[in-house]
Design a binder for this molecule. Sequence first.
Ligand code: CP
Length: 310
Amino acid sequence: MNTLVGHDILTSDQFTLEELNLILSAAQQFETIINAGGIVDVMRNRVLATLFYEPSTRTRLSFESAMLQLGGQVLSVADAKSSSSAAKGETLYDTGKMIEGYAHVAVIRHPREGSAQELANGAGIPIINGGDGAGQHPTQALLDLYTIQKETGRLEELTVTLVGDLKYGRTVHSLAPLLARFGTRFMFVAPLELAMPAGITNQLREQGVEVVEMNDLGEAVQQSDVLYVTRIQKERFADPAQYETLKGAYVVDRSLIEQARPELTIMHPLPRVDEIAVEVDSFPGAAYFRQAANGVMVRMALLALVTGRI
Ligand code: CP
């Protein structure tokens, strides 16, 4: 039973276990059909609006690719901050009221935490959060889950290291609570100034999840099944000088990966700057470009599910 019909997708902790399985299995089915050269056009006569107030390559293009591969159509505002009526002072609530007349489902990315909820408050169509400031990026977490399952063969009982900017990195804020539901043991590796917010770490520990905060990335990598690397989020720093002192704090290179278990899966939501050396791309476990490609299948599943087309 599809319990996601008509629902907004705003945070990664909104899903039941049944809904997670539904999304992952729908994505898997779409992938099987597409890889066999089949057509899945369940979104015929449906329109997706993509409203991006912040830069994106993967999220916007993969949502648009997903909709087109489902036989639907796309209305896109790629630079909504300056090219939409937001520049004239229109609120997200009013924008929501407008887009429900133009589209059947919408994706928003915005620099402000809580923005997707504001749009959803006005809109009578499903709103999908494509990243709200340092808050949440739930569809990234879903495609991360899908990737981990594909790459490692399981979701249960993994040891996962999250490294980099755990303070501002919305992808890890969404991914950690999802993985915790499958018994993940975590290692958090970050400069002190960019540690995982205490609210998230404390909540995980209260649930009985093992979380080890450490500085030594080499030690963490040796124990890990999955290494999830994040970019230092330059755009979130109030003080550019602080970014300069913290950038390059952790770099994943060949010498680090040679210390790891041979089956290590290396992930990154991308874009990368300098935190994974290009020499790592040729390692079999370097999954980050495959991870980005998986976004299309997972977003196909979400679009079809929230609009009740499957
Ligand atoms: N991973 C991700 O959200 O990438 P974009 O910023 O390119 O959408």
